[in-house]
Ligand binder design. Structure first.
Ligand code: 3HC
Length: 724
């Protein structure tokens, strides 16, 4: 791999072109920052240099400061790894340079990349370049003067929006807003930028130091009003994210005290935020998300992904139609197979409804929606399956039905076709037992609603070929899912890890804790909804079916609550029949339903686990821990059994599959922040009080006692991924 370096070339026109080279995105790694300082010094010193152009190699300006440096700060606790860039480089060497500097921007200029460009005296961009300050998604604020220069270049309102939403704009929008001075073709970019720089030197183009501008900010009172509104908004929408308020505060500081003071304040706040748990969590998620598609023995053995042009989905229920929708939106031709025309029409209607809902919400253009639907074909038999590249079976969880389907598929589909099941629980070796195609059978487990939820669990057995896994990873990327490759076991990675989540909530209710208090606390922790509202959403039938599977597989540690059966007996089935823990009325938030309380009382009586028949007294923190520590405990078993390749895969799976708050870094990452020892001792205490549901796993016990982080890879030879 090429080493990061900064090139320097002076042309006959007297323009020095400084080029950042650090593929693939020219991240501003320490050698790049050092190289830039040296090159700008050299350009300032040399008499043959009249003007300077700053650009990036390989069609991309820069993806920003090297995030792995911040990871190093997290891992070592040593902030001295952070270089001084905002003053030394951007203000002193670039903006205050005696020679004009022009940024030639192509591809992308994000975070520190855009901040370098904003320090230049003009910006020339190629068409459709992405420009943005996404730092808040990493738990920090823009750190190389971005909070100060962006408002001064494009106005406060748009700058605040771009930073708080972390949403990039194109160079075309940038031109309209004043961020970009001119748009030219990629071929002309360097030529025009050189000329522009010379013309600034000759005073034929303005020599603009953005930090000194005030014309776009408006009066102090206007600015304060706008920032006040932004603050109110942030308090409502992102109460858990300290970087949002910090960003607004730093912008305001610079408006009140001047741009340069703002830059100094920004650096101070940046350093505080870098070491926050929020930044640690979000940066863990950034790298974890990029690690999932690196699968040893699959993506590192020189295989090439095959193109999946035509797929079939067997079963047009809620999951099947959601999966079909996702494939169609990925531009894949889909056959939807049902057993009769009534069910087929229902499936097609659901797909149309899914696509139209996305259209209404502005997530799709009409053209894209029409194109997706034109790729759909409904069928009632397998005759069209002769040339499909992939089949995803999404029928009910019935083993013998699945076995028959896979036998049929084996006969009719071409030999290269991947045969996948969307089962969430059934052993894939059993699904393919009646075939001799085990090498092309895998799980493709989507999460409901399948066209919306971003996770795709790809389950391999010991017989699934690496090519099939690679192809499924590729399809996953094409349909914009995060594909996580996991081993074959009951519940796979996500459902296995999270089965204690709802059970713990049930256990607590039967111990006398208020269900709505639990939901509120779990929401305050950062989940979008609590476990009881989640149960309402899924319908109680699903909970009954899955708890049976888990009761069979993990009989040593399940909690059987009478509550679900009592609810069903009283005619309740959650949101879909309007009778759940909550009352659902159109246009208003779900409200607690007091008529459920006698049913809960009845459950407590039948269950009879309240000590001395009285509700237990627990703090808010204990409630959260009593729900989430059993999940961590199960995650430990998933890690021990090698169901996931690495702990961070489970972090991503928990964030994208279960909506575990991303700013807490994922389930294992969070557990390590809390500390294995505290989790272990708490579970041990609760085991004595409330039974084996809480019994710590061997993996947790060992690591807690030896002080080894739960996420650390096994030091001895790692076990193979559980595929059996
Ligand atoms: C002080 C400053 O204000 C602070 C900052 O600048 S913080 C950084 C701000 N910048 C960002 O947040 C951008 C982060 N990067 C991205 O969003 C995307 O990588 C991108 C849009 C630039 C490119 O996306 P895409 O082409 O899909 O490639 P993607 O797979 O994400 O990244 C390619 C590789 O570059 C790495 N990478 C991308 N941006 C990086 C960065 N800023 N630092 C370090 N590595 C980075 C990725 O980790 C990945 O590495 P890998 O191949 O080893 O897995």
């Amino acid at each position: 791999m090429a080493l990061p370096k900064v090139d320097f070339e002076v042309g006959a026109d007297g323009v020095a072109v400084i080029t950042m080279g650090n593929p693939p995105v020219n991240a501003l790694a320490i050698p790049i920052i050092m190289g830039l300082k040296d090159r700008f010094d050299e350009a300032a010193r040399r008499n043959d240099v009249k003007a300077i152009v700053l650009t990036g190699k390989g069609g991309r300006f820069s993806g920003g400061f090297d995030i792995s440096v911040m990871k190093k700060v997290h891992d070592t606790g040593d902030s001295s790894h952070l270089p001084d860039v905002s003053v030394e480089l951007v203000v002193n060497a670039i903006e205050d340079s005696k020679k004009p500097v022009v940024a030639a921007v192509e591809g992308l200029a994000l975070g520190g990349g855009l901040e370098l460009a904003m320090g230049c005296h003009a910006r020339i961009a190629a068409p459709r370049a992405q420009l943005g300050l996404p730092e808040l998604t990493l738990g920090i604020i823009p750190g190389f003067g971005g909070t100060q220069r962006l408002p001064r270049l494009i106005g406060l309102s748009k700058a605040v929006e771009m930073m708080l939403k972390s949403k990039p704009i194109t160079s075309e929008e940038g031109k309209k807003l004043g961020l970009i001075d001119s748009i030219v073709s990629s071929e002309e970019l360097l030529k025009v930028s050189r000329l522009w720089a010379l013309e600034i030197g000759e005073r034929r183009k303005p020599w603009v130091r953005s930090l000194h501008r005030t014309d776009k900010i408006g009066s102090l009172s206007e600015a304060r009003e706008l920032l006040g509104t932004a603050r109110q908004q942030v308090k409502k929408t992102a109460p858990h994210l300290p970087q949002q308020l910090a960003c607004v505060d730093v912008i305001e500081y610079g408006i009140v005290h001047g741009g340069y003071s703002g830059v100094l304040k920004e650096a101070e706040v940046f350093k505080q935020l870098v070491v926050s748990n929020t930044s640690k969590g979000l940066i863990n998620v950034f790298f974890a998300q990029r690690a999932i598609t690196k699968v040893p023995g699959v993506t590192d053995i020189g295989l090439k992904p095959r193109n999946v042009k035509k797929a079939a989905v067997v079963g047009g229920g809620l999951m099947g139609s959601g999966i079909a929708t996702a494939l169609l939106l990925g531009n894949i031709h889909v056959l939807l197979k049902e057993i009769n025309s009534e069910l087929l029409m229902k499936g097609i209607k659901t797909i149309e409804g899914n696509v139209n809902a996305l259209l209404r919400r502005g997530k799709l253009t009409k053209q894209k929606a029409d194109a997706a639907l034109s790729l759909l074909q409904g069928v009632l038999d397998y005759s069209e399956f002769k040339d499909v590249d992939l089949v995803i079976e999404a029928v009910i969880e019935n083993l013998s039905l699945k076995q028959t389907i896979f036998s049929d598929l084996e006969k009719i589909c071409p030999p290269h076709c991947i045969l996948a099941s969307n089962t969430s629980t059934i052993d894939l070796n059993l699904v393919g037992k009646m075939t001799s195609s085990q090498d092309r059978i895998a799980g493709a487990h989507f999460f409901s609603p399948a066209h919306v939820m971003p996770l795709l669990e790809i389950i391999r057995t010991d017989k699934t070929s690496p090519q099939v896994i690679l192809d499924l990873i590729t399809v996953g990327k094409v349909i914009k899912k995060a594909p996580v490759v996991v081993g074959n076991c009951t519940g796979f990675a996500v459902n296995k890890t999270f089965f204690p989540y709802s059970q713990a909530a049930q256990l607590l209710v039967n111990l006398g804790v208020d269900a709505y208090r639990i939901d509120t606390l779990i929401r305050n922790f950062g989940f979008p909804i609590g476990p009881f509202q989640l149960a309402d959403l899924a319908g109680y039938g699903v909970a009954v079916a899955t708890s049976k599977v888990f009761a069979d597989a993990f009989s040593d540690r399940v909690f059987k609550s009478p509550l679900l059966d009592l609810l069903i007996k009283s005619g309740r089935n959650g949101k879909n029949n309007g009778k759940g823990y909550y009352i659902y009325e159109k246009g208003s938030k779900p409200k607690p339903d007091p008529s459920i309380l006698p049913i809960i009382e009845e459950s407590r009586r039948v269950c009879n686990i309240m000590p001395n028949g009285k509700p237990i007294s627990v703090t808010d923190q204990e409630i959260v821990e009593m729900i989430l520590f059993p999940v961590v405990n199960e995650a430990c078993r998933v890690l021990e059994d090698g169901v996931v390749i690495r702990a961070s895969d489970l972090d991503i799976a928990s964030v994208l599959g279960m909506s575990f708050p991303n700013y807490r870094g994922g389930i294992v990452f969070w557990a390590d922040l809390v500390g294995a020892n505290h989790i272990y001792t708490s579970l041990k205490k609760w085991t004595q009080l409330y039974g084996n549901f809480y019994k710590p796993s061997k993996y947790l016990e060992e690591r807690a006692l030896k002080g080894i982080p739960l996420s650390a890879p096994a030091s001895s030879t790692p076990k193979p991924v559980a595929r059996l």
